[in-house]
Ligand binder design. Structure first.
Ligand SMILES: NC(=O)c1ccc[n+]([C@@H]2O[C@H](COP(=O)([O-])OP(=O)(O)OC[C@H]3O[C@@H](n4cnc5c(N)ncnc54)[C@H](O)[C@@H]3O)[C@@H](O)[C@H]2O)c1
Length: 284
């Protein structure tokens, strides 16, 4: 990551930052940017190989990064991971709760009941309890339990903060993904709750709400093989006043700003949309 990729200079020298889901697309970029600002970054992911690969990239650029295997839904894993991070990096100053995602088992194929969308329709009535539980557990409980574990290090110290990853779905649910939308709405609500709860204990709690980002994983959903946009892409872009997808590096500025004490010392409880205007647009 080059200096010009960092929107502004933030001094995080020596700060210990835990980033969950850091083996993934978005959080690995955020973790690398934090490393470029001088932080000691713990890349936490249950996919250790993915986290190690991202750590190797960061190390190659001279940043302090170390990978830790942990399932954010296991209290035992979290406690052990916490112990290892304290031993290798020190006390945790900042936590980014990034592990999250959706499941096909919690996704309808139709947008409206009765819509003809091929032979294998999965409508609301066909959604599986296990899929809904999986999505709620990962997105909500994974943030809840991880915060319970790591926030202990931050109590009554200066410059500590938590950043949750919400989504556009939190403000207005997207079609087809009721569980993911409700779970991210829960994250925005929980961010506010925690902000109040920790307000007198020195911990600020905020969230970012990414809009639509074109990543390797959703490329096939968004673009046809010939590079032309799919129908869903057309709808997304028509609903995004800036008329384009975001790039993952466009999440870095808000992340550095909200995590760092010097610029955001009086900001707590906000969920900041990063969406090219999607959440502000009524469609008319
Ligand atoms: N991609 C987008 O456009 C978008 C938009 C809005 C919000 N988000 C949110 O941003 C965050 C990162 O998304 P992404 O697109 O980078 O996803 P990703 O799938 O690339 O990364 C998620 C990472 O979390 C890890 N993970 C999953 N379950 C875990 C568990 N139980 N314990 C530990 N690690 C676990 C995965 O191994 C993976 O490395 C998620 O919270 C997602 O909901 C993404």
């Amino acid at each position: 990551m080059k200096r010009e990729d960092l929107p502004f200079l933030v001094d995080l020298k020596g700060r210990v930052i835990v980033v969950t889901g850091a083996g993934g697309v978005i959080c690995s970029e955020l973790a690398k940017a934090l490393g470029a600002c001088g932080a000691k970054v713990a890349y936490v992911d249950w996919n250790l190989e993915a986290a190690q690969a991202k750590v190797a990239e960061a190390n190659k650029e001279g940043y302090f990064a170390e990978a830790f295997k942990c399932n954010v839904l296991s209290k035992e894993d979290l406690a052990e991971c916490h112990r290892q991070i304290n031993a290798k990096l020190g006390r945790v100053d900042i936590l980014i709760n990034g592990a999250g995602g959706n499941s096909p088992k919690a996704t309808t194929t139709d947008e409206y009941l009765g819509e003809k969308v091929g032979d294998d329709v999965i409508d609301f009535f066909g959604l599986k309890q296990e899929g809904v539980e999986w999505v709620f557990n990962l997105n909500f409980l994974g943030t809840f339990l991880t915060t319970q574990e790591f926030a202990k290090d931050m109590l009554n110290r200066k410059g500590c903060s938590i950043l949750n990853i919400s989504s556009m779905n939190a403000f207005t649910p997207l079609t087809k993904i009721p569980a993911y939308s409700a779970a991210k709405a829960g994250i925005t609500n929980f961010t506010e709750w925690l902000a109040v709860y920790f307000a007198k204990s020195g911990i600020r709690v905020n969230a970012i709400a990414p809009g639509f980002f074109s990543t390797i994983q959703n490329k096939e959903l968004l673009f046809n093989k010939d590079g032309t946009p799919t129908a869903r892409t057309g709808k997304i872009l028509a609903a995004t006043p800036m008329g384009r997808f975001g790039e993952v590096k466009e999440l870095i500025g808000a992340t550095l700003f909200l995590c760092n004490e010097s610029g955001a010392s009086f900001i707590t409880g906000v969920t900041l949309p990063i969406d090219g205007g999607f959440s502000s647009y009524s469609g008319v």
